[in-house]
Design a protein around this ligand. Structure first.
Ligand code: PBG
Ligand code: ZN
Length: 334
C-alpha cells in the first residue's frame, strides 16, 4: 500500500464530503437553501395609454405596460406562484413637484385598482419616490439647487396615502430622505391606513447598476447625481445605522439594494436584525446576465438560478428580480 492509500484507509480520520454529493436525491436531502417562486417580487413598469407592452431595450424581457394590458400579465404571474409585484409609474406629465404621484387617477393608482380587481391576493407593493415624476429627475424637491429633505417628506406621505387608498398592500419609499419611514407611517395612520405595511429601501447605495432602470422609468437626474442622498458603496457600518433607523421609524421590512455586490450587507443585516429582508437584484445586474446569455457567453438559466440562490443564502427572505417569471418557470421545470 502507498502512504496515501493508508491514510485514506483509516490511519488518519478522513471526512468524505463527496458521500452526500453522490446522487441528486442525496444532494437534495442536504441542500441548505431552497429557492422558491414564493420568495419573488416582480417589478412592473406602468404607463398611460392603451394596449401598450413596450420592451425596454436595455432590459430584454421587461416591458412598460398600459393598465389595460395588465390583467393577462397578472394572471400569468399568479399562475407561476409569484406572490408580489412592485409598481413603478411613468406619469403623463412631469413637473417640479411631481403632482401625478399623489393623484387619484395617477398611473400607479390606476394600476393598483386594476391588479386588485383581477387578482386580489397578489401583494401589491409600490415604489414611493419622486424621480419618475419630477422634471428634474431627483428623488426629492429641489430648493436652491439641492434636494430638500424635510419638505420632501410631506410629499412622500401624500403619495403613500394615495397608493394605500387605491389598495396597495405595501409602500416602499426609495428616495433615501432621512425620516421618510416615520413620515409615511404617521401619514398612513392619520389617514386610517394603519394596516398598510412599509418596506424601507433602507440600505440603498448610489450605484451605477441602476442605469437600465433609469431608461425604463425615465428617471435619470437632469443635473448632478444622487450621491448626496443615496449611500456610498464603500460603507457597510453605515448600512446598519440606516437599517436600525428605519426599523425604529416603523419599517415592517427592510431592503438592501443592489443585491449582488452587497451580499455582505445582506448577511450582516440577517445576523443583526429579525425583520424580513428583501434584496433588490437591480436592472444593471439583470442586463449583464441577459447580455452575456444572449451572446452565448454564459448559460442564462443556470447563472440566474445560481445568483438568486446566492442572494437567498446570504440571508435575504425576499428577492426582487426582473427574472422572477423566468426563474419561477425554470424552478417548475426542475
Ligand atoms: C428610484 C428607484 C431606482 C431604482 C428603484 N427605485 C433608481 C434610482 O435610484 O436612480 C433602481 C432599480 C433598478 O435599477 O432596478 N428611486
Ligand atoms: Zn427616486
Amino acid at each position: 500500500m502507498t502512504v496515501l492509500s493508508r491514510i485514506i484507509a483509516g490511519e488518519t480520520p478522513l471526512r468524505r464530503m463527496r458521500r452526500l454529493r453522490r446522487t441528486a436525491s442525496l444532494r437534495g436531502l442536504v441542500r441548505e437553501t431552497a429557492l422558491s417562486p414564493r420568495d419573488f417580487i416582480l417589478p412592473l413598469f406602468v404607463k398611460h395609454g392603451s394596449n401598450a407592452k413596450d420592451e425596454i431595450p436595455s432590459m430584454p424581457g421587461v416591458f412598460q405596460w398600459s393598465a389595460d394590458r395588465l390583467a393577462r400579465e397578472i394572471d400569468a404571474i399568479a399562475e407561476l406562484n409569484i406572490p408580489a409585484v412592485l409598481l413603478f409609474g411613468l406619469p403623463a406629465q412631469k413637473d417640479e413637484t411631481g403632482t401625478e404621484n399623489f393623484a387619484d387617477n395617477g398611473i400607479v393608482q390606476q394600476a393598483i385598482r386594476e391588479i386588485k380587481k383581477v387578482a386580489p391576493d397578489i401583494v401589491v407593493m409600490t415604489d414611493v419616490c419622486m424621480c419618475e415624476y419630477t422634471d428634474h429627475g431627483h428623488c426629492g424637491l429641489i430648493r436652491n439647487g439641492v434636494v430638500e429633505n424635510d419638505e420632501t417628506l410631506e410629499i412622500f406621505g401624500r403619495v403613500a396615502v394615495s397608493h394605500a387608498a387605491a389598495g396597495a398592500d405595501v409602500v416602499a419609499p426609495s428616495g433615501m430622505m432621512d425620516g421618510q419611514v416615520k413620515a409615511i407611517r404617521v401619514s398612513l395612520d392619520k389617514a386610517g391606513f394603519k394596516d398598510t405595511a412599509i418596506l424601507g429601501y433602507s440600505a440603498k447605495y448610489s450605484s451605477a447598476l441602476y442605469g437600465p432602470f433609469r431608461v425604463a422609468a425615465d428617471s435619470a437626474p437632469a443635473f448632478g447625481d444622487r450621491r448626496a442622498y443615496q449611500m456610498d458603496p464603500a460603507n457597510a457600518r453605515e448600512a446598519m445605522r440606516e437599517i436600525e433607523t428605519d426599523i425604529g421609524e416603523g419599517a415592517d421590512m427592510v431592503m438592501i439594494k443592489p443585491a449582488l455586490s452587497y451580499l455582505d450587507i445582506v448577511r450582516q443585516t440577517r445576523d443583526r436584525f429579525d425583520v424580513p429582508i428583501a434584496a433588490y437584484n437591480v436592472s444593471g445586474e439583470y442586463a449583464m446576465v441577459k447580455a452575456a446569455g444572449r451572446n452565448g457567453w454564459i448559460d442564462e438559466r443556470a447563472v440566474t438560478l445560481e445568483l438568486l440562490t446566492g442572494i437567498k443564502r446570504a440571508g435575504a427572505d425576499l428577492l426582487i428580480t426582473y427574472h422572477a417569471k423566468d426563474a419561477a418557470l425554470w424552478l417548475q421545470q426542475g
